[in-house]
Design a protein around this ligand. Structure first.
Ligand SMILES: *Cc1c(COP(=O)(O)O)cnc(C)c1O
Length: 397
C-alpha cells in the first residue's frame, strides 16, 4: 500500500484500529467499488435509470421491494421520515420542512435511541420538519409507552440498531414493530453500521437504512431499502430537502459495486484474518504487567470481535488514555477505539487494517508499554484536562 496521497497533503500515515469512523475516512473501499467509481466518473448517465439498477441490487440483497442510494445514512434518516409525512405528494415535498398543512408530522423513538453518531439522531429526524416524540426513559421503554406516544399525528416510528444506543431496557425490534403496526405507523430502522442486510426488514420494518461506507466498503453513501411506496416517496425528496444530500453517479455506482462485492466476499476468510490479528495483539500484550486483554464480541452481534485492553495504571505505569494518546503519536500513529477510555480500557478493532499493519500495531504496543515500564513514574494525565483538550477545536487553525 502506498501512503503517497497522504504525504502529498501533509497527512499522517495513520493506522486505523478504531473501527469505521467518518473522522478517519470511514472504511477501506473495496477494489470493485474503486474500479466502478473510476469507470463512471468521466461518463454521463441517466441518474433515474442508474437508481433503478441500484433499486434492483438493493432489493436482491435486502429482501425489500425497492431501494435507492443517497448521500449517507444520516441523509437516509431525514428522507425516510420525510417520505412518511408527504407520501409522493410533490407539492408537500417542496414545502418541507414546513409541515403545517400535513396531517402527520410526529416521529416516535425510544429515549435510549436518541444518541449521536457524530451528529444527533434526533436532528436527522427534525431536519425533515418532523417533531420528535421520545418514548420511555433512557434506560427503559415499554410497549404501553410506545402505544401511548402514538397519536393520529404520528407519521413514523424510528428504531436505531447500534453500539451507540442504550444496550438494555429497550424494546426488541419485533415488539416495536408490532405496537407501531397495530396503530398503522410505519417503522424506519437505522442500521447504518450493521452487517445484517435482511433481518430488520424480515422482522417487519418498513424501511431499513444503511451506510455504504461502513462495513460494505463502498464510497460515501447511504442506502434506503424496503416498501416500494415509501422508497419512492423518499426518492422524490431529491426534488426538495434531499437536494442538499445529493449523491453523485460515483456514489451510486460505487454502492452497487460494494453490494455486489459483499455477496461474493470471502466472509470466513476475512473473519479468520481478523481473528489472527486479535490473537497477535493479545499475545503481544500478555507479558506486560497491568495490561489485561481479551477478545470481546460486537455489542450488536455483528460477526466481528475486538480486543478489549484494560490498563491498570500502577502496574503498567500508564493509563489507558495515556497509552491511547501515545500510540496515536509518532511515525506510525495507531488510532485505537477509545470512546469508553475513562473506564480504563480501549478496544483494538481489526476491521480496517491493511496487510502488514497488524504487525506494526503489535510493535507500537510493545514500544509504548516498554517505555512506560522503564519510566520511574506512572504517566497519568488528568482525564478532565484530556476532555478539555479534545473538545477544543480551532479548525482551520
Ligand atoms: C454512522 C451512523 C449513522 C450515520 O451514517 P452516515 O452514513 O455516516 O451518515 C447513523 N446512524 C448510526 C447508528 C450510525 O452508526
Amino acid at each position: 500500500m502506498s501512503d503517497d496521497i497522504r504525504r502529498q497533503y501533509g497527512l499522517r500515515p495513520i493506522i486505523n484500529v478504531s473501527g469505521t469512523m467518518t473522522s478517519l475516512g470511514a472504511s477501506i473501499v473495496v477494489p470493485e467499488a474503486v474500479e466502478a467509481v473510476r469507470a463512471v466518473l468521466p461518463q454521463f448517465v441517466e441518474i433515474g435509470e442508474l437508481q433503478k439498477h441500484a433499486s434492483r441490487t438493493i432489493a436482491r440483497l435486502t429482501g425489500g421491494e425497492a431501494g435507492f442510494v443517497t448521500a449517507s445514512c444520516a441523509a437516509a434518516i431525514t428522507l425516510a421520515v420525510a417520505a412518511t409525512m408527504t407520501g409522493d405528494d410533490r407539492y408537500a415535498i417542496e414545502r418541507l420542512p414546513d409541515t403545517s398543512r400535513l396531517p402527520r408530522d410526529e416521529v416516535a423513538i425510544q429515549s435510549g435511541h436518541l444518541v449521536g453518531y457524530g451528529a444527533p439522531v434526533d436532528q436527522g429526524i427534525r431536519l425533515s420538519g418532523a417533531k420528535v416524540v421520545p418514548v420511555g426513559q433512557a434506560t427503559s421503554a415499554e410497549s404501553w409507552q410506545l402505544a401511548g406516544a402514538i397519536t393520529e399525528r404520528t407519521a413514523a416510528a424510528v428504531y436505531v440498531v447500534s453500539h451507540h444506543v442504550v444496550q438494555y431496557g429497550q424494546m426488541p425490534l419485533a415488539e416495536f414493530v408490532e405496537v407501531a403496526h397495530a396503530k398503522g405507523v410505519p417503522v424506519i430502522v437505522d442500521a447504518a453500521s450493521e452487517y445484517d442486510l435482511r433481518g430488520f426488514l424480515a422482522q417487519g420494518a418498513d424501511l431499513a437504512l444503511y451506510s455504504s461506507h461502513k462495513f460494505l466498503g463502498g464510497p460515501t453513501g447511504g442506502i434506503v431499502a424496503g416498501r416500494k411506496d415509501l422508497v419512492r416517496a423518499a426518492y422524490f425528496q431529491n426534488g426538495g430537502i434531499g437536494r442538499g444530500m445529493k449523491v453523485g453517479k460515483e456514489g451510486i455506482v460505487g454502492t452497487i459495486a460494494a453490494l455486489e462485492a459483499w455477496e461474493k466476499r470471502d466472509h470466513a476468510g476475512i473473519r479468520a484474518r481478523e481473528t489472527a490479528a486479535l490473537r497477535l495483539w493479545r499475545d503481544t500484550l500478555g507479558p506486560f504487567a497491568g495490561v489485561d486483554a481479551h477478545i470481546d464480541p460486537d455489542p450488536t452481534k455483528n460477526p466481528l470481535d475486538r480486543l478489549k485492553v484494560h490498563v491498570e495504571p500502577h502496574e503498567a505505569r500508564t493509563t489507558a488514555w495515556d497509552l491511547a494518546d501515545n500510540l496515536a503519536k509518532g511515525e506510525r500513529p495507531v488510532i485505537v477505539r477509545d470512546h469508553e477510555v475513562e473506564h480504563g480500557y480501549f478496544y483494538l478493532d481489526p476491521c480496517n487494517v491493511h496487510p502488514g499493519e497488524a504487525e506494526i500495531v503489535a510493535a507500537r504496543l510493545t514500544e509504548e508499554l516498554e517505555a512506560a515500564r522503564r519510566s520511574n513514574t506512572t504517566a497519568a494525565t488528568d482525564l478532565l484536562d484530556r476532555r478539555r483538550r479534545k473538545a477544543a477545536n480551532n479548525w482551520p487553525d
